[in-house]
Design a protein around this ligand. Structure first.
Ligand SMILES: C[S@@+](CC[C@H](N)C(=O)[O-])C[C@H]1O[C@@H](n2cnc3c(N)ncnc32)[C@H](O)[C@@H]1O
Length: 333
C-alpha cells in the first residue's frame, strides 16, 4: 500500500476510533480502571455490557495506545486513557461523549450543510443546537463540561498572553459553566466578574463559583446576548461565542457589547483566527464543526476587522497565544 493510501485510510477510519472512544467514555470504563488492572469480564459486569464485545473494543483501543492489555488479559490505563476518567482536571470524557452523540448524528448529514449552507444539526434534530440543549438537561450538562474539556487549556494560555491588570470588571458573555471567569478571578484577586449566559446554564455554573471561593466577586446574570448584555463591566470577553453565529447575529451581539462599553473599555474575542495557506490548523477543523452544528464559522483577521467595524468597534490588536487561539481586541471606533 502506498503511503498516500495508508494515510488516507487512517483518516477514513478516524470515525471508528472516535466512536470507540465515545463508547468507553460513556460507559465510564476509565473510572473503573483507576485502581487495579481489570479483566474484560469484571469490567463488563461493572459497566453493564457483554464481556466479549467489550474485550474486543478495549483490545482495539489498546492497539491505538488507549488502555493497555497485560499477559493475563487484564486492562489498565495509559496516559491517554487516564484522560477519559471523569475526575481528572483535564478530563476529555465529556468531549468524547459530546462528539459521539449529537455531533456524530449531525456530521452524518454534512452533505446537507454543503448543499444549503445551513446547520445539519437543525436538519437532524428539528431545532438549533442551543434550543435543543435547553430542552435536554443531561446533554446540556455534558456540553458545558465538554466546552471545558475542549477549551479549558486555553485559559492558562490566554492568561500567559494577555495582561488583565488594568481591568476592573470583566464580563464573560456566554461564559458557560464559569470555568474561564473562575480562573481569571483566581489569578487577579482584586478583579470583579460578571458571568452571563442562558438561565439554565448559569444555574448550573453557580456551585462552581462557590466551590472556587470567587462567588462573592462574581455576579451571575441570566439572559440572551441577542437582547442585551449586562452593563457595568469595562471588558467584555467572549470565548467561542462569535464563531457560533452568522454575520447578522454576530453584529447584533457585538452591538450590544458596544452599547454597554464605557469610555476606554474593551471587547475581547477568543477564537482561532484562520491563517492563510495549507498548514495544519485546528481552526480550519472547528470551522466545519461550526458549519454542521450551530451554523457559524471561524474567521480570518480581515473578517474580524469588518465584523467589529459593522458594530461600531475597531480591531485594535490580535494577541496570539501559545495554542491555537488568539485574543482579538476591540475598542470603540
Ligand atoms: C461554544 S459555547 C462557549 C462557552 C464558553 N464561553 C467557553 O469558552 O467554554 C457557547 C456558549 O454560548 C451560550 N449561549 C448560546 N446562546 C446564547 C444566548 N442567546 N445568550 C447567552 N448565551 C448564549 C451557550 O449556553 C454556551 O455556554
Amino acid at each position: 500500500m502506498s503511503s498516500a493510501e495508508q494515510n488516507l485510510q487512517r483518516l477514513l477510519t478516524g470515525t471508528w476510533i472516535s466512536q470507540m472512544l465515545y463508547a468507553a467514555a460513556k460507559l465510564g470504563v476509565a473510572d473503573h480502571l483507576a485502581g487495579e488492572p481489570m479483566s474484560a469480564e469484571d469490567l463488563a459486569a461493572a459497566v453493564g455490557v457483554q464481556a466479549e464485545p467489550l474485550y474486543r473494543l478495549l483490545r482495539a483501543l489498546a492497539s491505538e495506545g488507549v488502555f493497555e492489555e497485560d499477559d493475563h488479559h487484564r486492562f489498565s490505563l495509559t496516559p491517554m486513557a487516564d484522560l477519559l476518567r471523569s475526575d481528572v482536571a483535564t478530563s476529555k470524557q465529556a468531549m468524547a461523549i459530546m462528539l459521539g452523540e449529537e455531533h456524530h448524528a449531525a456530521w452524518g448529514q454534512i452533505i446537507y450543510s454543503l448543499q444549503t449552507g445551513k446547520p445539519a444539526f437543525d436538519h437532524v434534530y428539528g431545532k438549533p443546537v442551543f434550543g435543543y440543549l435547553a430542552e435536554h438537561p443531561e446533554a446540556a450538562r455534558n456540553f458545558d463540561a465538554a466546552m471545558t474539556a475542549v477549551h479549558g487549556s486555553e485559559t492558562a494560555q490566554m492568561l500567559a498572553a494577555y495582561d488583565f491588570s488594568d481591568c476592573k470588571t470583566l464580563a464573560d458573555i456566554g461564559g458557560g459553566n464559569g470555568s474561564l471567569i473562575t480562573m481569571v478571578l483566581q489569578r487577579y484577586p482584586k478583579l470583579k466578574g460578571i458571568l452571563y449566559d442562558l438561565d439554565h446554564v448559569v444555574a448550573r455554573a453557580k456551585p462552581r463559583l462557590e466551590a472556587a471561593s470567587v462567588a462573592d466577586r462574581c455576579q451571575v446574570i441570566a439572559g440572551s446576548f441577542f437582547e442585551s448584555v449586562p452593563s457595568g463591566a469595562d471588558t467584555y470577553l467572549m470565548r467561542h461565542i462569535i464563531h457560533d453565529w452568522d454575520e447578522p447575529r454576530c453584529i447584533q451581539i457585538l452591538k450590544h457589547c458596544r452599547a454597554a462599553l464605557p469610555a476606554g473599555g474593551k471587547v475581547l474575542l477568543i477564537e482561532a483566527v484562520i491563517p492563510p495557506g495549507n498548514k495544519p490548523s485546528f481552526g480550519k477543523l472547528i470551522d466545519i464543526n461550526m458549519l454542521v452544528m450551530p451554523g457559524g464559522k471561524e474567521r480570518t483577521a480581515a473578517e474580524y476587522k469588518s465584523l467589529y467595524a459593522a458594530a461600531g468597534l475597531k480591531l485594535s490588536r490580535i494577541v496570539p497565544t501559545a495554542g491555537a487561539m488568539s485574543l482579538i481586541e476591540g475598542v470603540a471606533a
